[in-house]
Design a protein around this ligand. Structure first.
Ligand code: PMP
Length: 388
């Protein structure tokens, strides 16, 4: 049997998305491709909970390219940025912004924790910040920040806010319109549920205006100004060309976003139901980890719903990841440079959280591998907890 991919991205994808992203590639100006691209852009606004005046961008690329697009369209040399840093991807954003010539002030916290909202408020109150950047969920620590509070604070201090949602978008609640965030970016291989290859983001009118008056233009291939007429044309159902889109992936994006928007749960529908499903799956898995005597790397109150970063229990080390793989499930090792041998990571986002069998196989493989390596735990109790 094929091993199940339960790392924090790339993830298992639905059969409909597999079908849409395979087969003969469409032309970028074929009528059915134009329809799919236009449809996907409109659907992005719904998944991002963004108002009609917000602009979606979907370009060929990775999460890092999405980060660079946001950083270079909004920030120029000498601009002051407040960075709420919760781990590996916060460090990457700091480096990227500094290369751009920004003056970056970082708020940091011990690994597994997050800087307080009060610390961000105090810093912003000193004035002069053009933007606040934060990672919604840091994939290296499993820490989720309070994106709503940070976005609202930035607004109150007349600063732009940019959130890296690569390990969060469509899995963690984010209400772009209500919270007043200016850029929410992601990549296709995580909770969006596609193969890797698309850089995705929605930008507010304030973000587009900031680009317009930026003295140092961003690299041409990432420029909002170059891409804006292209995205607008496709959404108006007209073909257009600046740089060839990843046509097969865009065809998949339309299908994948529709699946997310078709989600139903008690009292919720659309992306809200998807958020709720992630929260429920994560809650159940956290109960399972407790039954197995495991602890999270992140503080409990900050634990993300899209992945679990789990500390190796006493007597167990990085060999666990291989032992889980031998049992048919691929999980990931640690990523935080200073602590990577202290924990492993399990992704629980997108298609897999809609498939009880994926979660059962994951829990069984982890529990059996732990038991085989000598950790005292009750494998059946873990399975029962998942089912309860
Ligand atoms: N930000 C976060 C939070 C991520 O998890 C990742 C990828 N793991 C990235 C950025 C970078 O994305 P990519 O690997 O697609 O460049």
């Amino acid at each position: 049997m094929r091993k199940l991919l339960m790392i924090p991205g790339p993830i298992e994808i639905s059969p409909a998305v597999v079908e849409a992203t395979s087969g003969a590639p469409p032309s970028h100006v074929a009528p059915d491709f134009i329809e799919a691209f236009g449809h996907a852009l409109t659907a992005m606004r719904k998944v991002w909970l963004a108002p009609d005046d917000h602009q979606p961008f979907a370009i060929a690329g990775s999460g890092t390219i999405a980060m660079e697009m946001a950083a270079t369209n909004l920030i120029g040399p000498g601009d002051r940025v407040l960075l709420v840093n919760t781990g590996y991807f916060g460090d990457r954003m700091a480096k990227m912004l500094r290369r751009r010539g920004a003056m970056v002030e970082e708020l940091r916290a011990p690994a597994g924790s997050a800087p307080s909202v009060e610390a961000a408020r105090d810093q912003l109150a000193r004035g002069g910040f053009k933007a606040l950047f934060a990672t919604h969920v840091d994939t290296s620590t499993g820490v989720r920040v309070d994106a709503q509070a940070l976005a609202e604070l930035a607004r109150a201090h007349d600063a732009l806010s940019v959130f890296d949602g690569v390990c969060a978008t469509a899995g963690e609640r984010f209400d772009m319109g209500a919270w007043g965030a200016d850029v929410y970016l992601t990549a296709s291989q995580k909770a969006i549920g596609l193969p890797a290859g698309l850089a995705l983001m929605v930008a507010s009118p304030r973000a587009l205006a900031a680009r317009k008056i930026l003295a140092a233009p961003p690299p041409m291939s990432l420029d909002f100004q170059e891409w804006l007429p292209i995205m607008q044309a496709y959404e108006a159902r007209a073909g257009s060309y600046f740089s060839t889109p990843a046509t097969t992936l865009v065809r998949g994006l339309a299908v994948g976003l529709d699946e997310i928007l078709a989600s139903r749960a008690e009292g919720a529908s659309g992306v809200e139901a998807r958020f709720a499903a992630h929260a429920q799956a994560a809650e159940r898995l956290r109960r399972v980890w407790r039954v197995l005597g495991l602890e999270l790397f992140a503080e409990d109150a900050l634990a993300a719903n899209t992945l679990s970063a789990i500390r190796y229990p006493a007597g167990i080390d990085t060999k666990l990841v291989g032992a889980i793989s031998e049992r048919g499930v691929i999980v990931a090792g640690g990523l935080h440079p200073e602590h990577k041998n202290a924990y492993f990571r399990v992704g629980h986002m997108g298609y897999s959280i809609t498939q009880p069998e994926h979660l059962e196989r994951t829990v069984s493989a982890i529990a059996e591998a732990l038991a085989a390596l000598g950790h005292a735990c009750d494998v059946d109790a873990a399975r029962r907890e998942l089912a309860s």
